[in-house]
Design a protein around this ligand. Structure first.
Ligand code: AMP
Length: 471
């Protein structure tokens, strides 16, 4: 994969490969940046080190990711929106040899470094580490090897079947949805067209960018598509070249598929499924309106089993938990925590996702645990509870999602019981401000102060009772 990317950069120097705002970058420029950052890494780090790359969507992020991969250094993407306290946790938890930020631009634009052709990373080396929400209250770092990444991208390139096109790149690099955004264009001689997060919040600017992009492929979450469809102009007239949408990250509903078909006659919709722990996506297939939405077939090299509590395959058609084995299963968490398991002598990842098989296809049902998906973001309620419980005035908190009529999480609610002596001086706004110091914006909950947190028969917070409780 890296050999192919390198040849693409060197053999088509004049092609535009990255467009952000008005600025276009060619393969020649990107290759030069990669060479310069790589030689800088050579002077300051060694193979097997870790490097945090922080920023938003600037070209130095991609150039740094590639320079790290070519050097056998694991990169840890951290979007600029990650709050300081969480960034500290990520840095403490990963012990990087270096932190790359926008100051690397001086290195990129500096004196030209030598050409290179050696690729130092090998299949079992860690390619990247992505931090995701953790059940123990701390973000957890998932290590993905170069072999995992290579095999995933070879399959996705085949599944998407694009060449010399434009790919809409909008997911934050902190999330593994962006793995497809990053590598698909590099492998298919296509151009990244960047939609920055600020633009995403400003509809006129966003729609102007969508029109200008000429994108043939967009990678997004179903929630992002629903967000765009809230505006009637999101359709074929706005994006005449859009041929394909690749979905991943959360449940794709029949409603969303039907609406997209109405807006974009002749569009091809691919539904992929997978957790960060197994390299972005492990199943995928084209889906059509009027049919039950399946998460598709496993990629080659991956096996999906639907297992019961006893870890044995459930009987045909029954609902069980998705267990993943094969070459997409990552290297594990940085701190060696659970989730990864042994399945009959084979490394496996037990997902917590419930599904069933029908006529050979897999259908997603929901989660077995409390994990929430909000607009495609993965949230462990325990992480929010740990933060809130750390506030000196909070006695206990319980977090849950309020859902819409389709069962999709609409907002995150934290029920908070204050300690007796602090009831007067703590407000909802101050608790939200406090949470925002530690948690990214999408995890900051709506706060409801309650008199009591009732418990259910298992001694856990009774969310149903809380939802109906008067303040
Ligand atoms: P993340 O690691 O943030 O990508 O989240 C992974 C989780 O998102 C999975 O374990 C599923 O619960 C959910 N997910 C991802 N893709 C899909 C899909 N196509 N359909 C339903 N759920 C999905």
């Amino acid at each position: 994969m890296l050999r192919q990317i390198l040849s693409g950069l060197k053999e088509h120097p004049g092609d535009v490969c990255y467009q952000i705002r008005e600025k276009q970058y060619t393969n020649r420029e990107l290759y030069r940046y990669v060479c310069n950052i790589r030689s800088y890494l050579d002077r300051h780090c060694g193979k097997g080190d870790r490097v945090v790359v922080t920023g938003h969507k600037e070209i130095y992020m991609i150039a740094s990711f590639l320079a790290c991969l070519f050097s056998g250094i694991a990169y840890i993407p951290v979007d600029i929106s990650v709050p300081e306290e969480r960034r500290k946790k990520i840095i403490n938890g990963s012990a990087p040899a270096m932190i790359i930020d926008s100051s690397i631009e001086a290195v990129m634009d500096g004196e030209d470094s030598e050409d290179f052709s050696d690729i130092r990373i090998s299949e079992d080396d860690t390619a990247y580490i992505i931090f995701t929400s953790g059940t123990t209250g701390e973000p957890k770092g998932v290590q993905i090897t170069y072999g995992n990444l290579r095999s995933c991208m070879e399959w996705l390139t085949e599944l998407c079947g694009i060449s010399c096109d434009t790919v809409l790149n909008q997911a934050s690099y902190s999330f593994d949805l962006s793995v497809a955004d990053i590598y698909l264009p590099l492998l298919t001689r296509s151009r990244h067209y960047i939609i920055e997060s600020g633009t995403q919040r400003d509809f006129p600017a966003l729609f102007g960018e969508l029109r200008r992009s000429g994108a043939g492929l967009a990678v997004m979450t179903p929630s992002f598509a629903d967000y765009l469809m809230a505006d009637r102009t999101f359709g074929r007239d706005l994006m005449p070249e859009l041929k394909k949408i690749l979905f991943c990250g959360e449940k794709l509903t029949e409603k969303t598929v039907a609406r997209l078909y109405e807006r974009f006659g002749g569009i091809s919709i691919i539904n992929c499924y997978g957790p960060t722990e197994c390299t972005f996506a492990v199943t995928g297939a084209e889906v059509f309106p009027g049919e039950e939405i399946s998460i598709g077939d496993p990629k080659p090299g991956v096996e999906i089993r639907i297992v019961g509590e006893d870890m044995k395959d459930v009987d045909g058609g029954m609902t069980g938990e998705i267990l993943i084995t094969g070459d997409s299963v990552g290297k594990g968490y940085l701190d060696g925590r659970g989730g990864f398991t042994d399945w009959g002598g084979v490394r496996a990842y037990l997902t917590g996702d419930l599904a069933y098989r029908k006529n050979g296809k897999i259908y997603y049902v929901g989660r077995k645990d409390r994990q929430i998906k909000l607009r495609g973001y993965r949230i462990e309620p325990a992480e929010i509870e740990t933060v809130l419980d750390g506030h000196e005035a909070v006695e206990r908190s319980a977090v849950a999602a309020a859902k819409d009529s389709d069962g999709k999480a609409e907002k995150i609610i934290a029920y908070v019981k204050l300690s007796q002596d602090r009831k007067q001086d703590v407000t909802v706004a101050c608790l939200r401000r406090y949470a925002g110091r530690y948690l990214p914006g999408y995890m900051v909950p709506v706060v409801k102060i309650v008199r009591e947190i009732p418990l259910d028969g298992n001694g856990k917070a009774d969310i149903r009772a809380l939802m109906h409780m008067d303040p």
